[in-house]
Design a protein around this ligand. Structure first.
Ligand code: GTP
Ligand code: MG
Length: 195
């Protein structure tokens, strides 16, 4: 998709604020600091639209970005961020559970993992949670630029094994730095939007 038009619509703290246009949604789930907001920026060719940070925990709300008046990217707060209180964590869990289990316009969730390391326990839990609810998933293994190509096969194998990857899902190697995997990711996303 060639994107000329992209805007933030709302940083939602509660479901009452989610858009009611009925437009399809593409959500991003993943560990804090893994590169979810950067993924959005790369796909829409806009460096700073989704706020990124080298400090984990930047995205704390469900941030809705409307793309070409066609669909929303929903940037979901990352998990695995240690400096979050128990109460906050519980609230976060509740918000995500409600979103993922009840959100009718949700077409597909991108599970973003760090290609450099095996998937974490949290990654696996999120992936299996989404699978349990029958939500379509595209696994995006990002920061591929940090791994030499000669090791991509080995790392792909490690990523998939540690995640408990289901071969029926899609797996995209990605880098926000080089644009690796951008066209492939768009192709898959557009496939889900057309369904
Ligand atoms: P939270 O909002 O905290 O959940 O984080 P996030 O998943 O949105 O991560 P974000 O996009 O803010 O990126 C975190 C850091 O990783 C930033 O310093 C990015 O520049 C960096 N980063 C993201 N993607 C890539 C990538 O593909 N390659 C490299 N080398 N760095 C990346
Ligand atoms: Mg973010």
């Amino acid at each position: 998709m060639k994107v000329n038009k992209a805007d933030i619509v709302i940083s939602a703290v509660s479901p009452a604020q989610y858009p009611r246009t009925g437009l399809p949604e593409v959500a991003l789930a993943g560990r804090s600091n893994v590169g979810k907001s950067s993924f959005i920026n790369t796909l829409i060719n806009r460096k700073g639209l989704a706020r990124t940070s080298s400090k984990p925990g930047k995205t704390q709300t469900l941030n809705y970005y409307i793309i070409e008046d066609k669909f929303y990217f929903v940037d979901v707060p990352g998990y695995g961020y240690a400096k979050v209180s128990k109460t906050e964590r519980a609230k976060w869990g509740e918000m995500l559970e409600t979103y993922f289990t009840q959100r009718e316009p949700l077409r597909v969730t991108l599970c973003v993992i760090d290609f450099r390391h095996p998937a974490t326990v949290d990654d696996k839990q999120m992936y299996q949670f989404l699978k349990h609810f029958g939500i379509p998933i595209i696994v995006v293994a990002t920061k591929a630029d940090k791994i030499p190509r000669s090791k991509w096969n080995k790392h792909t194998k490690i990523s998939k094994e540690s995640l408990g990857f289901d071969p029926e899902d899609d797996f995209v190697l990605f880098s926000s730095e080089t644009g690796e995997g951008k066209d492939e990711a768009w192709g898959l996303i557009e496939g889900y939007l057309a369904k």
